[in-house]
Design a protein around this ligand. Structure first.
Ligand code: AMP
Length: 449
């Protein structure tokens, strides 16, 4: 077995090692060990790695280390990402790496829609070394002649599978058609099939491909609970399960119902906020900042708004509405159990959804039973701390379809029953002041919509 390498062994500069150290990061992750030396060497690199694997540093370290001083209208590197939130997140990670070497004057900016374009054009005129952008806004900027694409030496396609799922591939193809021939390309994606494979073949030059068995590792850290609900007790159940969690992310299907769910939680005493596509970008950023700082306890979000979020200390994800398919289930659930920490995922299942849940479970190799919980079970408030529920198993009917016998799933090692959770009292429920809220949700609502 290879010995564990340090960042210095991978060729990372002293100033970046200092920056990593100040973030508490001392040892490279698997994808970082594999990708950083190749990327520093100028090779095209393809990483099959999902969020949580440390892929942002895997491409971010080489980008910052190799970045050149900013020049007007001529960025040196481009990172394409599917969402605004991810653009900001990636920009902040790269920025944190660049701060320990002020002599380099590497300027990093995130460009995305929903905010005025003029400021972005002005920034490009002054000179941006590394542009992190969503495809649509970048095309707008290219159309206005705000940057020379042939100055780019390095391009990263981050979360390429999500860009494909969100219908951005024609935009990505168009962007790549503006780039000169002589550049390095890196692509990171949770899956490397279908359209992503087309991108890889069409735009990469003999890429070194690294696959990281990250999902297996993370599945050990993630525990799942599937709770049978009916529409009348969904909100009450949500209040209970989020009570004991330090920070929860709740996924709701539509903007309108997300608003109702957040309002109900707030009225129930939770410090809840909303993150949906209907909220102005600047307000979304404030909401995310408060959540990341631990000022908000529960964030109610739609899928699009929460893609790729990396919030440390997020201990609970709730699928309030079932996701469309197993991919969405994995992406949503993967907001917790990150960077070696444990996390709890609770999925609400209504009667007519049992069939699709069983399909998702089969595809992902999840075998936990669906539980019929008692809304008055005090253990519900401790679910995020692994407390044991006093629940009966929902009996699967023939119309729910019998579980398929498919095997060999990526998550097949995760055969954990709910009852295996350790029983702990407390769970933080009593520590929450249910009467102490100050109208903050209504106040924020006005500014957020
Ligand atoms: P990512 O997969 O890039 O979204 O990163 C997920 C999380 O892992 C982030 O919070 C990073 O700060 C953290 N992380 C990345 N690399 C390391 C590392 N080598 N050691 C510890 N944590 C890391």
């Amino acid at each position: 077995m290879d010995s564990i390498k340090s960042f210095a062994d991978l060729g990372v500069s002293d100033s970046i090692i200092r920056a990593l150290s100040s973030l508490g990061i001392e040892t490279p992750s698997e994808i970082q060990t594999a990708a950083i030396p190749e990327a520093l060497d100028g090779k095209d690199v393809c990483g099959k790695a999902s969020t949580g694997s440390g892929k942002t540093f895997a491409f971010g370290i080489p980008l910052v280390q190799l970045a050149k001083r900013s020049k007007p209208l001529a960025p040196n590197a481009l990172v394409l990402v599917p969402t605004r939130e991810l653009a900001l997140q990636v920009r902040n990670v790269l920025f944190s790496l660049s701060q320990t070497d002020p002599s380099k004057k590497v300027w990093i900016e995130a460009f995305y829609g929903g905010v005025p374009i003029d400021r972005q054009i002005r920034a490009l005129r002054k000179g941006v070394s590394i542009v992190v952008a969503t495809p649509g806004r970048l095309l707008d900027l290219i159309g206005r002649g705000a940057l020379y694409m042939n100055s780019l030496e390095r391009i990263v396609l981050d979360e390429a599978d999500l860009m494909a799922d969100m219908g951005f591939l024609p935009d990505v193809e168009e962007i790549l058609s503006h780039v000169g021939n002589d550049h390095q390309t890196m692509l990171f994606s949770a899956t490397l099939d279908g359209y992503v494979d087309v991108l890889r073949k069409r735009h990469m030059n003999n890429p070194v491909t690294h696959e990281v068995a990250q999902d297996e590792d993370r599945s050990e850290l993630m525990s799942h609970h599937f709770l049978y609900v009916d529409s009348r007790n969904k909100n009450a159940l949500l209040s209970k399960v989020t009570q004991g969690a330090e920070r929860s992310l709740v996924f709701v299907r539509t903007r309108d119902s997300a608003e109702v769910v957040a309002q109900t939680l707030y009225e129930d005493g939770a410090d809840a906020e909303l993150l949906t596509g209907a909220i102005k970008q600047s307000a979304r950023e404030r909401v995310l900042r408060r959540f990341a700082q631990g000022k908000t306890q529960v964030l109610v979000a739609t899928d699009v708004a929460a893609r790729g979020l990396d919030i440390s200390g997020l201990d609970l994800v709730v699928h309030y509405d079932m996701p469309d398919d197993e991919k969405a289930f994995v992406h949503r659930s993967g907001r917790t159990a990150r960077a070696g920490k444990t996390g709890v995922v609770v999925t609400f299942v209504q009667g007519n959804q049992v069939r699709s849940l069983l399909r998702i479970q089969d595809l992902l190799g999840l075998s936990q039973p669906i539980l019929k919980v008692d809304i008055n079970d005090p253990a519900l408030a401790g679910i995020a701390q692994g407390e044991q529920l006093n629940a009966q198993e929902y009996k699967v009917h023939t119309q729910d379809h019998s579980r398929s016998t498919s095997s060999g799933s990526r998550w097949s090692s995760q055969k954990r029953s709910v009852s295996s959770g350790s029983s702990r009292s407390g769970g933080g429920y009593s520590s929450r002041g249910r009467s102490s809220h100050d109208g903050a949700f209504q106040g924020r609502r006005r500014s957020s919509y």
